[in-house]
Design a binder for this molecule. Structure first.
Ligand code: NDP
Length: 378
């Protein structure tokens, strides 16, 4: 990638058809489809590319790998596949965007900020008059311009921040029971941390495989929906550890895995070390959407609102975009025409590599239809 394309000879390729921001399954799948549609996507993959699967060990639920595949290997394969068809992948982070005028602008380098939009709809920032260059030098980084943008920046699992948690991640500590529960088949004792719907879902997934599941929750009532709570309570092999906080995750360096959890009861003050085979942290996710704040609509939790999104705001947006035949136009489009979103930055429910990849495919196909004005052919 030539970062200094500020000369006149770059005018031919001045304006990108599409920029993809993000490099998890959604970003790379979008890039693959866009590249195969000959739209020459420019992908800002981030300095540490690959998303959440880079922190995973064996992935057994991505179709096509009958013996499983290591998370980082899967991401490398996706990356190479997109590159094979001409996706231009740059391992840099988009630090700022301006979706208030067209073409859209994406900053790379410089401090990450959410650009504010004025009442006139124009972004408040330094502007350049040159409309012809795709990459413009700026003291705050480079500015790239594109007709459309696909946001696929994902979400991060929140962590407890206790000793041992990161050290044993993927080795007895997990953030996805739906993905990893089968590895605990016949194991004696596992734990889930959290009291929301995700924690209940994790407990239900684990209860199918592990002999015993303990749900460690910091309060004495759950945040989850009643129905999820009831389903968990009906499981004979699940117990709740109320008013309990995880202080540390213990492990064996020799065996290279987590072996115990230190729990403090915040009512009695008692601290215990409980032996275990695995622990699942389910205390929420943080969508990587800060950079887009004030540029596109986000829901209350920071997930991007899209016509295909799962929140009430997304459903409302979708209703406004049903065509005369009652068909939803550009389902992956956000509140800004020409800006699309895919994967976990939109999806707070399914959060699977395969669903993110599918979402990336849909976004790419919507971009192609949008650029060619052929939505009506569907
Ligand atoms: P939530 O924010 O709903 O719940 C997070 C839970 O983790 C809370 O119980 C919270 O405790 C606890 N927690 C947060 N931080 C800490 C911490 N530092 N230490 C210990 N505990 C902590 O997140 P979820 O991921 O569960 O759900 C997100 C959204 O997705 C929700 O809207 C949910 O309904 C939805 N969802 C729906 C599902 C379904 O319908 N099947 C499945 C999964 C998610 P406290 O209660 O004390 O605040």
């Amino acid at each position: 990638m030539n970062d200094s394309m500020t000369t006149n000879d770059s005018k031919q390729k001045s304006l990108r058809d599409v920029i993809v921001i993000g490099s998890g399954p959604a970003g790379y799948t979008a890039a693959l489809y866009l590249a195969r549609a000959e739209l020459k996507p420019l992908v800002f993959a981030g300095e540490s590319w690959g998303g959440q699967l880079m922190l995973t060990t064996t992935v057994d639920d991505y179709p096509g790998f009958e013996s499983g595949i290591q998370g980082p290997d899967l991401m490398e394969k996706m990356r190479k596949q997109a590159a094979r068809f001409g996706a231009e992948i740059v391992d840099r982070t988009a630090s700022k965007v301006d979706f208030s005028t067209k073409p859209f602008r994406v900053w790379v380098g410089g401090p990450s900020t959410a650009l504010n939009v004025t009442s006139s709809g124009r972004a408040q920032d330094d502007k350049t008059d040159s409309e012809s260059l795709s990459v413009l030098s700026s003291e705050k980084g480079e500015i790239y311009r594109a007709k459309t943008v696909v946001i696929a920046t994902g979400a991060e699992s929140k962590l407890l921040g206790v000793p041992g948690e990161k050290e044993f991640m993927g080795r007895g500590v997990s953030t996805c029971a739906v993905c990893d529960a089968p590895f605990y088949k016949g194991k004696e004792q596992t734990y889930v941390v959290g009291g929301g719907d995700a924690a209940m879902e994790e407990a239900l997934a684990l209860a199918k495989y592990a002999n015993r599941v303990g749900v460690i929750h910091r309060r004495d009532t759950l945040k989850s929906s009643k129905i999820m709570q009831r389903r968990v309570e009906e499981k004979k092999n699940v117990e709740f550890l109320w008013n309990s906080e995880v202080m540390e995750i213990k492990g064996s360096k020799e065996q290279n895995k987590a072996t115990g959890v230190v729990v403090n009861n915040n009512k009695t003050g008692e601290t215990r070390e409980l032996p275990m085979d695995g622990i699942f942290i389910a205390i929420g996710h943080t969508p990587a959407s800060t950079v887009f704040k004030a540029q596109i609509e986000l829901d209350e939790k920071g997930y991007i609102v899209s016509r295909l999104g799962l929140s009430a705001k997304s459903v409302a947006l979708a209703r406004d975009h049903l065509n005369d035949m009652g068909i939803l136009e550009y389902p992956t489009m956000t509140s800004v025409e020409g800006v699309f979103a895919a994967g976990d930055v939109v999806d707070f429910r399914y959060r699977q590599a395969v669903t993110a990849a599918g979402w990336g495919c849909m976004a790419a196909m919507d971009v192609e239809k949008f650029l060619t004005g052929t939505m009506s052919s569907w």
